[in-house]
Design a binder for this molecule. Structure first.
Ligand code: ZN
Length: 321
């Protein structure tokens, strides 16, 4: 958010001052420096251990992991087309991506603008959810989240909305797509997560349409296919933009590399694949940062176009602060 989050401007100034003064000046400068050290600068946690923070234009973007779940085999979960299994397996081998005994990642995102602190998706909640632990490590108080945006109604995205029956983000306006909300809550037997976290939080929910503003700088982007009313988020303030895919991106390698590929959780595989092509093209054409909910942590980077109309994911180059 504001100045106290900027990594130690004061200590940088102090270092520069020391360099300029040299050893002679150091003697006279010692007293005020000692006083300055007595007032500790608030610690900005170093990236890692469950969260990854960076600036994008005027936005502060923190990917906050909800942890991982064991995954016995990448295929067919992340590349489900039955007639293309050999092709997918060859790509995984080519890129040295482990295919067995691996994990699924879950990556909610906090976006801070000059006016709002928005959480996008809430992880699994319950005993497996790591979001709250990692928010704490990142120095983000759940009560300071003023907006929670939900991309779609799957349990690994809505599960963290409540904790022991209470809203996890008590001060937040909760926002999701109207079509997505209707789809899940109109089921004859809604699952427990939908009961507790969508129907149960109905009074807190603002329902919106694709293209609507979530908060100034953040817009809901239509991305149907994974679920009927899935929404992604485009964020931009004073610099390059960011596209938060949610589950619209699918797998960080197979969905990008193979046009028409879909994942086993896509409600409408062909539609999900068409949506992916549109979003991938948008990300490249507009030079956007991207983050995929199930991409490997820290799950943020760019896309590039490669030969044959395929795409590749370029993970960010890790910065500690
Ligand atoms: Zn998901």
């Amino acid at each position: 958010m504001s100045d106290d989050r900027v990594p130690s401007a004061r200590s940088i100034n102090r270092r520069s001052a020391l360099r300029l003064l040299g050893t002679a000046g150091l003697l006279t400068a010692a007293a005020p420096l000692a006083r300055a050290q007595a007032t500790p600068t608030p610690e900005v946690p170093l990236n890692g251990n469950g969260f990854y923070r960076q600036r994008i234009g005027d936005l502060t973007v923190t990917v906050v992991s909800d942890g991982t779940a064991p995954l016995a085999a990448v295929l067919p979960t992340w590349g489900a087309n039955p007639d293309r299994q050999a092709e997918f397996a060859a790509t995984l081998a080519e890129y040295h991506v482990p295919t067995t005994n691996t994990v699924n990642h879950f990556n909610p995102v906090v976006i801070e603008t000059d006016t709002h602190r928005v959480l996008i998706d809430t992880g699994r909640g319950g005993a497996n959810g790591q979001l709250l632990t990692h928010l704490r490590r990142a120095g983000i108080d759940p009560a300071s989240i003023d907006t929670v945006f939900i991309t779609h109604g799957h349990g690994d995205h809505i599960g963290g909305l409540t904790t022991q029956g209470q809203p996890t983000f008590p001060a937040a306006r909760h926002v999701m797509g109207a079509a997505e909300f209707s789809f899940w809550t109109a089921q004859p037997n809604p699952n427990a997560a939908v009961q507790a976290n969508l129907i149960g939080l109905r009074d807190r929910l603002t329902l919106l349409e694709p293209g609507a503003e979530i908060v100034p700088g953040l817009t809901a982007v239509a991305s149907p296919g994974h679920t009927a009313g899935h929404l992604s988020v485009r964020a931009q303030r004073g610099g390059p933009g960011l596209l938060v895919f949610g589950d619209a991106a699918g797998h960080f390698l197979l969905s990008l590399k193979h046009r028409g590929a879909y994942v086993s959780f896509d409600a409408d595989g062909p539609l999900a694949a068409r949506t992916r092509q549109r979003l991938f093209a948008q990300a490249v054409d507009e030079g956007l940062w991207v983050t995929g909910y199930h991409f490997p942590f820290p799950a943020i980077g760019h896309l590039r176009r490669v030969i044959g109309g395929a795409y590749e994911y370029e993970p960010t180059v890790w910065q500690w602060s």
